[in-house]
Design a protein. Structure first.
Length: 463
Protein backbone atom coordinates (compact mmCIF):
# COMPACT_ATOMS: atom_id res chain seq x y z
CA UNK A 1 0.00 0.00 0.00
CA UNK A 2 1.37 3.40 -0.96
CA UNK A 3 1.88 6.11 1.64
CA UNK A 4 -1.08 8.28 2.51
CA UNK A 5 -0.75 11.70 0.84
CA UNK A 6 -0.73 14.57 3.35
CA UNK A 7 -3.51 17.12 3.38
CA UNK A 8 -2.41 20.35 1.66
CA UNK A 9 -1.36 23.31 3.77
CA UNK A 10 -2.98 26.72 3.80
CA UNK A 11 -1.02 28.07 0.83
CA UNK A 12 -1.78 25.10 -1.43
CA UNK A 13 -5.25 24.44 -0.09
CA UNK A 14 -8.46 24.82 -2.07
CA UNK A 15 -9.47 27.69 0.22
CA UNK A 16 -6.37 29.72 -0.64
CA UNK A 17 -6.89 29.15 -4.35
CA UNK A 18 -10.52 30.22 -4.14
CA UNK A 19 -9.49 33.33 -2.21
CA UNK A 20 -6.82 34.26 -4.76
CA UNK A 21 -9.14 33.64 -7.71
CA UNK A 22 -11.87 35.75 -6.10
CA UNK A 23 -9.47 38.66 -5.62
CA UNK A 24 -8.18 38.34 -9.20
CA UNK A 25 -11.67 38.22 -10.69
CA UNK A 26 -12.92 41.16 -8.63
CA UNK A 27 -9.85 43.21 -9.60
CA UNK A 28 -10.37 42.26 -13.24
CA UNK A 29 -13.99 43.38 -12.98
CA UNK A 30 -12.87 46.68 -11.43
CA UNK A 31 -10.43 47.19 -14.30
CA UNK A 32 -13.23 46.67 -16.79
CA UNK A 33 -15.31 49.17 -14.85
CA UNK A 34 -12.43 51.63 -14.46
CA UNK A 35 -11.70 52.03 -18.19
CA UNK A 36 -15.07 53.58 -19.14
CA UNK A 37 -15.25 55.49 -15.84
CA UNK A 38 -11.80 57.04 -16.57
CA UNK A 39 -13.06 58.10 -19.99
CA UNK A 40 -16.13 59.64 -18.37
CA UNK A 41 -13.98 61.40 -15.77
CA UNK A 42 -11.80 62.96 -18.50
CA UNK A 43 -14.87 64.10 -20.44
CA UNK A 44 -16.39 65.70 -17.32
CA UNK A 45 -13.07 67.41 -16.58
CA UNK A 46 -12.97 68.97 -20.03
CA UNK A 47 -16.62 70.03 -19.77
CA UNK A 48 -15.81 71.79 -16.51
CA UNK A 49 -12.97 73.67 -18.25
CA UNK A 50 -15.34 74.79 -21.02
CA UNK A 51 -17.90 75.87 -18.40
CA UNK A 52 -15.22 77.89 -16.58
CA UNK A 53 -14.21 79.41 -19.91
CA UNK A 54 -17.81 80.36 -20.64
CA UNK A 55 -18.10 82.09 -17.25
CA UNK A 56 -14.87 83.98 -17.91
CA UNK A 57 -16.01 85.14 -21.34
CA UNK A 58 -19.17 86.58 -19.79
CA UNK A 59 -17.00 89.41 -18.48
CA UNK A 60 -16.52 90.58 -22.05
CA UNK A 61 -20.23 90.48 -22.70
CA UNK A 62 -20.84 92.75 -19.67
CA UNK A 63 -18.78 95.63 -21.21
CA UNK A 64 -20.18 97.99 -23.86
CA UNK A 65 -17.37 97.38 -26.31
CA UNK A 66 -16.71 93.72 -25.37
CA UNK A 67 -13.26 94.70 -24.16
CA UNK A 68 -11.48 94.43 -20.76
CA UNK A 69 -8.14 95.57 -19.51
CA UNK A 70 -5.05 93.43 -19.92
CA UNK A 71 -4.81 92.89 -16.15
CA UNK A 72 -8.41 91.64 -15.96
CA UNK A 73 -7.90 89.51 -19.05
CA UNK A 74 -4.85 87.80 -17.51
CA UNK A 75 -6.75 87.27 -14.25
CA UNK A 76 -9.72 85.72 -16.06
CA UNK A 77 -7.42 83.37 -18.00
CA UNK A 78 -5.55 82.45 -14.82
CA UNK A 79 -8.76 81.65 -12.91
CA UNK A 80 -9.89 79.43 -15.82
CA UNK A 81 -6.45 77.77 -16.14
CA UNK A 82 -6.51 78.53 -19.87
CA UNK A 83 -4.31 80.26 -22.43
CA UNK A 84 -7.13 81.13 -24.81
CA UNK A 85 -10.89 81.30 -24.34
CA UNK A 86 -13.22 81.93 -27.29
CA UNK A 87 -16.98 82.01 -27.61
CA UNK A 88 -18.83 81.85 -30.91
CA UNK A 89 -22.46 82.88 -30.48
CA UNK A 90 -25.32 81.73 -32.74
CA UNK A 91 -25.48 85.24 -34.29
CA UNK A 92 -21.89 84.85 -35.55
CA UNK A 93 -20.25 87.21 -32.99
CA UNK A 94 -16.99 85.77 -31.62
CA UNK A 95 -15.52 86.85 -28.28
CA UNK A 96 -12.00 85.90 -27.19
CA UNK A 97 -9.61 86.12 -24.26
CA UNK A 98 -6.01 85.22 -25.12
CA UNK A 99 -2.57 85.56 -23.60
CA UNK A 100 0.11 87.73 -25.07
CA UNK A 101 2.17 84.71 -26.24
CA UNK A 102 -0.13 81.64 -26.50
CA UNK A 103 1.75 78.31 -26.90
CA UNK A 104 1.47 76.00 -29.87
CA UNK A 105 -1.45 73.59 -29.71
CA UNK A 106 -0.44 69.87 -29.68
CA UNK A 107 -3.88 68.26 -30.02
CA UNK A 108 -7.51 69.25 -30.50
CA UNK A 109 -10.62 67.53 -29.12
CA UNK A 110 -14.23 68.22 -29.99
CA UNK A 111 -16.53 67.25 -27.11
CA UNK A 112 -19.41 66.93 -29.54
CA UNK A 113 -17.71 63.94 -31.15
CA UNK A 114 -16.17 60.71 -29.91
CA UNK A 115 -17.70 57.38 -29.02
CA UNK A 116 -17.34 54.96 -26.11
CA UNK A 117 -14.04 53.41 -27.15
CA UNK A 118 -12.57 56.75 -28.26
CA UNK A 119 -13.16 58.20 -24.79
CA UNK A 120 -11.41 55.18 -23.20
CA UNK A 121 -8.48 55.47 -25.60
CA UNK A 122 -8.08 59.20 -24.93
CA UNK A 123 -8.13 58.62 -21.17
CA UNK A 124 -5.47 55.89 -21.40
CA UNK A 125 -3.32 58.11 -23.59
CA UNK A 126 -3.56 60.89 -21.02
CA UNK A 127 -2.45 58.51 -18.26
CA UNK A 128 0.49 57.24 -20.30
CA UNK A 129 1.63 60.68 -21.55
CA UNK A 130 4.87 61.77 -19.86
CA UNK A 131 5.17 65.30 -21.29
CA UNK A 132 2.70 68.14 -20.87
CA UNK A 133 0.67 68.81 -24.00
CA UNK A 134 -1.31 71.89 -24.99
CA UNK A 135 -4.89 70.92 -25.80
CA UNK A 136 -7.53 72.79 -27.73
CA UNK A 137 -10.98 71.86 -26.45
CA UNK A 138 -14.15 72.65 -28.40
CA UNK A 139 -17.55 72.12 -26.87
CA UNK A 140 -21.05 73.58 -26.49
CA UNK A 141 -21.78 76.20 -23.86
CA UNK A 142 -23.40 74.70 -20.74
CA UNK A 143 -25.95 77.57 -20.67
CA UNK A 144 -26.58 77.96 -24.39
CA UNK A 145 -25.91 74.73 -26.37
CA UNK A 146 -26.00 76.70 -29.63
CA UNK A 147 -22.96 78.71 -28.51
CA UNK A 148 -19.55 77.07 -29.00
CA UNK A 149 -16.77 77.50 -26.44
CA UNK A 150 -13.12 76.94 -27.26
CA UNK A 151 -10.39 76.75 -24.60
CA UNK A 152 -6.66 76.06 -24.83
CA UNK A 153 -5.36 74.40 -21.65
CA UNK A 154 -2.49 72.32 -20.27
CA UNK A 155 -2.93 68.54 -20.15
CA UNK A 156 -0.75 68.01 -17.05
CA UNK A 157 -3.36 69.15 -14.48
CA UNK A 158 -5.92 66.85 -16.08
CA UNK A 159 -3.46 63.94 -16.00
CA UNK A 160 -2.74 64.58 -12.30
CA UNK A 161 -6.47 64.65 -11.55
CA UNK A 162 -6.97 61.46 -13.54
CA UNK A 163 -4.11 59.76 -11.68
CA UNK A 164 -5.60 60.83 -8.36
CA UNK A 165 -8.98 59.49 -9.46
CA UNK A 166 -7.35 56.22 -10.54
CA UNK A 167 -5.69 55.88 -7.14
CA UNK A 168 -9.02 56.30 -5.37
CA UNK A 169 -10.63 53.72 -7.67
CA UNK A 170 -7.72 51.32 -7.04
CA UNK A 171 -7.98 51.71 -3.28
CA UNK A 172 -11.74 51.19 -3.43
CA UNK A 173 -11.25 48.16 -5.67
CA UNK A 174 -8.80 46.60 -3.23
CA UNK A 175 -11.20 47.14 -0.34
CA UNK A 176 -14.12 45.68 -2.33
CA UNK A 177 -11.97 42.75 -3.46
CA UNK A 178 -10.83 41.93 0.06
CA UNK A 179 -14.31 42.25 1.54
CA UNK A 180 -15.91 40.22 -1.27
CA UNK A 181 -13.14 37.63 -1.19
CA UNK A 182 -13.49 37.27 2.57
CA UNK A 183 -17.22 36.66 2.38
CA UNK A 184 -16.81 34.32 -0.60
CA UNK A 185 -13.98 32.51 1.18
CA UNK A 186 -16.00 32.02 4.35
CA UNK A 187 -19.05 30.89 2.39
CA UNK A 188 -17.10 28.42 0.27
CA UNK A 189 -15.17 27.25 3.31
CA UNK A 190 -18.44 26.41 5.05
CA UNK A 191 -20.39 25.14 2.04
CA UNK A 192 -17.70 23.41 -0.02
CA UNK A 193 -14.17 23.19 1.37
CA UNK A 194 -14.90 21.73 4.81
CA UNK A 195 -17.31 19.07 3.47
CA UNK A 196 -14.82 18.19 0.73
CA UNK A 197 -12.05 17.88 3.31
CA UNK A 198 -14.24 15.54 5.36
CA UNK A 199 -14.97 13.48 2.26
CA UNK A 200 -11.26 13.34 1.42
CA UNK A 201 -10.28 12.33 4.94
CA UNK A 202 -12.99 9.67 4.94
CA UNK A 203 -11.75 8.23 1.64
CA UNK A 204 -8.11 8.14 2.77
CA UNK A 205 -9.10 6.56 6.09
CA UNK A 206 -11.22 3.98 4.26
CA UNK A 207 -8.30 3.28 1.96
CA UNK A 208 -6.01 2.58 4.94
CA UNK A 209 -8.43 0.27 6.75
CA UNK A 210 -11.61 -0.52 4.80
CA UNK A 211 -13.01 -2.82 7.50
CA UNK A 212 -12.80 -0.27 10.34
CA UNK A 213 -16.41 0.80 10.88
CA UNK A 214 -15.48 3.23 13.70
CA UNK A 215 -14.21 5.75 11.11
CA UNK A 216 -17.36 5.73 9.01
CA UNK A 217 -18.48 8.97 7.41
CA UNK A 218 -21.17 10.66 9.54
CA UNK A 219 -24.62 11.18 8.11
CA UNK A 220 -25.41 14.56 6.56
CA UNK A 221 -28.71 16.44 6.45
CA UNK A 222 -27.70 18.46 3.40
CA UNK A 223 -29.82 17.93 0.30
CA UNK A 224 -27.53 19.61 -2.23
CA UNK A 225 -24.84 17.96 -4.39
CA UNK A 226 -22.36 17.75 -1.50
CA UNK A 227 -24.97 16.12 0.71
CA UNK A 228 -25.84 13.60 -2.01
CA UNK A 229 -22.13 12.83 -2.55
CA UNK A 230 -21.58 12.36 1.19
CA UNK A 231 -24.64 10.10 1.46
CA UNK A 232 -23.59 8.02 -1.55
CA UNK A 233 -20.00 7.73 -0.30
CA UNK A 234 -21.16 6.59 3.14
CA UNK A 235 -23.52 4.06 1.55
CA UNK A 236 -20.79 2.80 -0.79
CA UNK A 237 -18.31 2.46 2.09
CA UNK A 238 -20.85 0.55 4.16
CA UNK A 239 -21.59 -1.87 1.33
CA UNK A 240 -17.91 -2.34 0.50
CA UNK A 241 -17.09 -2.85 4.17
CA UNK A 242 -19.77 -5.53 4.45
CA UNK A 243 -18.58 -7.18 1.22
CA UNK A 244 -14.96 -7.16 2.40
CA UNK A 245 -15.92 -8.65 5.72
CA UNK A 246 -17.90 -11.34 3.93
CA UNK A 247 -14.99 -11.97 1.56
CA UNK A 248 -12.66 -12.33 4.54
CA UNK A 249 -14.94 -14.87 6.15
CA UNK A 250 -15.37 -16.72 2.87
CA UNK A 251 -11.62 -16.76 2.30
CA UNK A 252 -11.05 -18.28 5.73
CA UNK A 253 -13.85 -20.75 5.08
CA UNK A 254 -12.40 -21.56 1.67
CA UNK A 255 -9.02 -22.37 3.16
CA UNK A 256 -10.70 -24.67 5.68
CA UNK A 257 -12.79 -26.34 2.97
CA UNK A 258 -9.67 -26.84 0.85
CA UNK A 259 -7.90 -28.63 3.67
CA UNK A 260 -10.99 -30.72 4.44
CA UNK A 261 -11.43 -31.58 0.77
CA UNK A 262 -7.83 -32.67 0.49
CA UNK A 263 -8.20 -35.08 3.39
CA UNK A 264 -11.66 -36.16 2.24
CA UNK A 265 -10.35 -37.02 -1.24
CA UNK A 266 -7.77 -39.31 0.31
CA UNK A 267 -10.48 -41.01 2.38
CA UNK A 268 -12.76 -41.33 -0.67
CA UNK A 269 -9.92 -42.75 -2.73
CA UNK A 270 -9.55 -45.51 -0.16
CA UNK A 271 -13.30 -46.04 -0.21
CA UNK A 272 -13.20 -46.19 -4.01
CA UNK A 273 -10.60 -48.96 -3.91
CA UNK A 274 -12.75 -50.90 -1.47
CA UNK A 275 -15.78 -50.32 -3.68
CA UNK A 276 -13.93 -51.66 -6.72
CA UNK A 277 -13.05 -54.81 -4.78
CA UNK A 278 -16.63 -55.20 -3.65
CA UNK A 279 -17.77 -54.91 -7.23
CA UNK A 280 -15.74 -58.03 -8.03
CA UNK A 281 -17.32 -60.06 -5.22
CA UNK A 282 -19.30 -63.21 -6.01
CA UNK A 283 -21.99 -62.36 -3.45
CA UNK A 284 -25.19 -61.36 -5.36
CA UNK A 285 -26.25 -58.82 -2.75
CA UNK A 286 -22.82 -57.20 -2.80
CA UNK A 287 -22.79 -57.11 -6.60
CA UNK A 288 -26.22 -55.48 -6.55
CA UNK A 289 -25.25 -52.71 -4.10
CA UNK A 290 -21.65 -52.15 -5.25
CA UNK A 291 -22.46 -50.03 -8.39
CA UNK A 292 -24.58 -47.69 -6.30
CA UNK A 293 -21.80 -47.36 -3.77
CA UNK A 294 -19.14 -46.77 -6.45
CA UNK A 295 -21.32 -44.16 -8.23
CA UNK A 296 -21.86 -42.30 -4.94
CA UNK A 297 -18.12 -42.33 -4.21
CA UNK A 298 -17.36 -41.12 -7.77
CA UNK A 299 -19.79 -38.21 -7.37
CA UNK A 300 -18.20 -37.30 -4.04
CA UNK A 301 -14.69 -37.37 -5.54
CA UNK A 302 -15.90 -35.28 -8.51
CA UNK A 303 -17.43 -32.75 -6.12
CA UNK A 304 -14.18 -32.49 -4.17
CA UNK A 305 -12.12 -32.09 -7.37
CA UNK A 306 -14.34 -29.35 -8.75
CA UNK A 307 -14.44 -27.55 -5.41
CA UNK A 308 -10.64 -27.58 -5.14
CA UNK A 309 -10.26 -26.41 -8.73
CA UNK A 310 -12.73 -23.57 -8.25
CA UNK A 311 -11.08 -22.46 -4.98
CA UNK A 312 -7.54 -22.51 -6.38
CA UNK A 313 -8.21 -20.89 -9.74
CA UNK A 314 -7.65 -17.17 -10.01
CA UNK A 315 -8.50 -14.91 -12.96
CA UNK A 316 -7.84 -16.91 -16.14
CA UNK A 317 -4.86 -15.92 -18.26
CA UNK A 318 -5.93 -15.80 -21.89
CA UNK A 319 -3.79 -17.18 -24.69
CA UNK A 320 -5.58 -15.59 -27.59
CA UNK A 321 -5.40 -16.91 -31.12
CA UNK A 322 -7.52 -16.56 -34.21
CA UNK A 323 -9.28 -19.78 -35.16
CA UNK A 324 -12.41 -21.13 -36.81
CA UNK A 325 -15.20 -21.83 -34.36
CA UNK A 326 -16.79 -24.82 -36.13
CA UNK A 327 -13.86 -27.30 -35.62
CA UNK A 328 -13.80 -26.41 -31.92
CA UNK A 329 -17.49 -27.31 -31.59
CA UNK A 330 -16.79 -30.60 -33.39
CA UNK A 331 -14.14 -31.42 -30.78
CA UNK A 332 -16.58 -30.63 -27.99
CA UNK A 333 -19.17 -32.95 -29.56
CA UNK A 334 -16.64 -35.75 -29.78
CA UNK A 335 -15.76 -35.35 -26.11
CA UNK A 336 -19.37 -35.49 -24.92
CA UNK A 337 -21.11 -38.81 -24.18
CA UNK A 338 -22.72 -40.37 -27.29
CA UNK A 339 -26.39 -41.16 -27.66
CA UNK A 340 -27.84 -44.65 -27.14
CA UNK A 341 -27.40 -45.45 -30.84
CA UNK A 342 -23.77 -44.30 -30.74
CA UNK A 343 -24.24 -41.00 -32.66
CA UNK A 344 -23.12 -37.63 -31.33
CA UNK A 345 -25.58 -35.72 -29.17
CA UNK A 346 -24.17 -32.35 -30.27
CA UNK A 347 -25.22 -30.86 -33.61
CA UNK A 348 -22.90 -28.19 -35.01
CA UNK A 349 -24.67 -25.43 -36.98
CA UNK A 350 -21.75 -22.96 -36.93
CA UNK A 351 -20.97 -21.58 -40.42
CA UNK A 352 -17.45 -22.58 -41.55
CA UNK A 353 -16.42 -18.97 -42.18
CA UNK A 354 -17.01 -17.84 -38.57
CA UNK A 355 -13.70 -17.09 -36.90
CA UNK A 356 -12.94 -15.71 -33.46
CA UNK A 357 -10.00 -14.29 -31.54
CA UNK A 358 -10.02 -16.03 -28.15
CA UNK A 359 -8.40 -18.67 -25.95
CA UNK A 360 -9.29 -21.95 -27.62
CA UNK A 361 -8.85 -24.17 -24.57
CA UNK A 362 -10.95 -21.95 -22.32
CA UNK A 363 -13.80 -21.75 -24.83
CA UNK A 364 -13.64 -25.53 -25.12
CA UNK A 365 -14.33 -25.69 -21.38
CA UNK A 366 -17.28 -23.32 -21.74
CA UNK A 367 -19.03 -25.37 -24.44
CA UNK A 368 -18.12 -28.67 -22.76
CA UNK A 369 -19.68 -27.52 -19.47
CA UNK A 370 -22.86 -26.41 -21.23
CA UNK A 371 -23.09 -29.67 -23.18
CA UNK A 372 -22.48 -31.86 -20.14
CA UNK A 373 -25.05 -29.93 -18.08
CA UNK A 374 -27.66 -30.38 -20.82
CA UNK A 375 -27.06 -34.11 -21.20
CA UNK A 376 -26.96 -34.68 -17.43
CA UNK A 377 -30.27 -32.81 -17.10
CA UNK A 378 -31.96 -35.25 -19.49
CA UNK A 379 -31.44 -33.74 -22.94
CA UNK A 380 -30.65 -36.00 -25.90
CA UNK A 381 -29.75 -33.30 -28.38
CA UNK A 382 -27.71 -30.08 -28.17
CA UNK A 383 -27.68 -27.60 -31.09
CA UNK A 384 -25.08 -24.83 -31.37
CA UNK A 385 -25.53 -21.97 -33.88
CA UNK A 386 -23.94 -18.54 -34.27
CA UNK A 387 -24.49 -15.25 -36.09
CA UNK A 388 -22.90 -11.80 -36.06
CA UNK A 389 -24.73 -8.61 -35.15
CA UNK A 390 -23.50 -5.07 -34.41
CA UNK A 391 -19.87 -6.12 -34.18
CA UNK A 392 -20.64 -8.96 -31.75
CA UNK A 393 -20.78 -12.73 -32.17
CA UNK A 394 -23.89 -14.30 -30.65
CA UNK A 395 -23.79 -18.06 -30.07
CA UNK A 396 -26.90 -20.05 -29.10
CA UNK A 397 -26.62 -23.35 -27.24
CA UNK A 398 -30.04 -25.06 -27.30
CA UNK A 399 -31.07 -28.46 -25.93
CA UNK A 400 -34.25 -30.50 -25.91
CA UNK A 401 -34.20 -31.21 -22.19
CA UNK A 402 -37.03 -30.76 -19.68
CA UNK A 403 -36.09 -27.15 -18.93
CA UNK A 404 -34.88 -25.51 -15.75
CA UNK A 405 -36.85 -25.37 -12.54
CA UNK A 406 -37.78 -21.88 -11.28
CA UNK A 407 -35.55 -22.36 -8.25
CA UNK A 408 -32.57 -23.16 -10.46
CA UNK A 409 -33.15 -20.06 -12.60
CA UNK A 410 -32.95 -17.73 -9.59
CA UNK A 411 -29.38 -18.78 -8.70
CA UNK A 412 -28.31 -20.10 -12.07
CA UNK A 413 -24.74 -18.76 -12.11
CA UNK A 414 -24.02 -18.97 -8.36
CA UNK A 415 -21.50 -21.63 -7.32
CA UNK A 416 -22.82 -24.51 -5.19
CA UNK A 417 -26.40 -23.25 -5.44
CA UNK A 418 -27.30 -22.95 -9.13
CA UNK A 419 -27.42 -26.60 -10.13
CA UNK A 420 -30.47 -27.86 -12.00
CA UNK A 421 -30.01 -31.53 -11.06
CA UNK A 422 -29.74 -33.36 -7.74
CA UNK A 423 -26.17 -33.76 -6.58
CA UNK A 424 -24.85 -31.03 -8.90
CA UNK A 425 -22.45 -28.34 -7.71
CA UNK A 426 -23.49 -25.48 -9.99
CA UNK A 427 -19.81 -24.84 -10.74
CA UNK A 428 -20.10 -25.54 -14.47
CA UNK A 429 -22.16 -22.44 -15.28
CA UNK A 430 -20.27 -20.30 -12.76
CA UNK A 431 -16.95 -21.22 -14.38
CA UNK A 432 -18.41 -20.68 -17.87
CA UNK A 433 -19.56 -17.19 -16.90
CA UNK A 434 -16.12 -16.29 -15.48
CA UNK A 435 -14.43 -17.49 -18.67
CA UNK A 436 -16.85 -15.47 -20.84
CA UNK A 437 -16.24 -12.34 -18.76
CA UNK A 438 -12.48 -12.85 -19.19
CA UNK A 439 -13.02 -12.71 -22.98
CA UNK A 440 -15.02 -9.49 -22.72
CA UNK A 441 -18.29 -11.32 -23.28
CA UNK A 442 -21.16 -12.75 -21.27
CA UNK A 443 -23.49 -15.72 -20.98
CA UNK A 444 -27.20 -15.52 -20.19
CA UNK A 445 -30.27 -17.71 -20.17
CA UNK A 446 -32.33 -16.87 -23.25
CA UNK A 447 -35.33 -19.09 -22.49
CA UNK A 448 -36.20 -22.34 -20.75
CA UNK A 449 -39.44 -24.24 -21.26
CA UNK A 450 -40.61 -27.82 -21.19
CA UNK A 451 -39.36 -28.12 -24.78
CA UNK A 452 -35.79 -27.24 -23.91
CA UNK A 453 -33.33 -24.61 -22.70
CA UNK A 454 -31.39 -22.00 -24.71
CA UNK A 455 -28.27 -20.20 -23.50
CA UNK A 456 -26.91 -17.18 -25.40
CA UNK A 457 -23.20 -16.43 -25.44
CA UNK A 458 -22.07 -12.93 -26.41
CA UNK A 459 -18.47 -12.44 -27.58
CA UNK A 460 -16.63 -9.55 -29.30
CA UNK A 461 -16.75 -10.09 -33.05
CA UNK A 462 -13.74 -10.15 -35.39
CA UNK A 463 -13.28 -8.27 -38.63
Amino acid sequence: MTARPPMPGLVRSLSARLLALTIVFVMLTEVLIFAPSAGRFRLDYLKERTAEGYLAILALMATPDNMVSKELERELLSSSHAYIIALTRPDGIKLMLDADMPPRVDASYDLREGGFFMLIGDALRTLLERENRILRIVGPSPMHPQAIVEVVIDEAPMREALIDYSGRVLALSIVISLVTATFVYLSLQWLLVRPMRRLTESMTAFRENPEDSSRALPASRRTDEIGVAQHELADMQAKLRAALQQKTRLAALGQAVTKINHDLRNILSTAQLVGDRLAGSDNPEVKKLAPTLVAAIDRAIDLCSKTLTFAREGPPELKRQRFALRPLIDEVGAALPAQVNGSNALFNDIPPEVEIDADRDLLFRVFANLGQNALQAGATRVDIAAHKTAGRLLIEVADNGPGLAPRAREKLFQPFSGSARPGGTGLGLAIARDLMHAHGGDIRLSRSTGAGTVFELDLPGTA
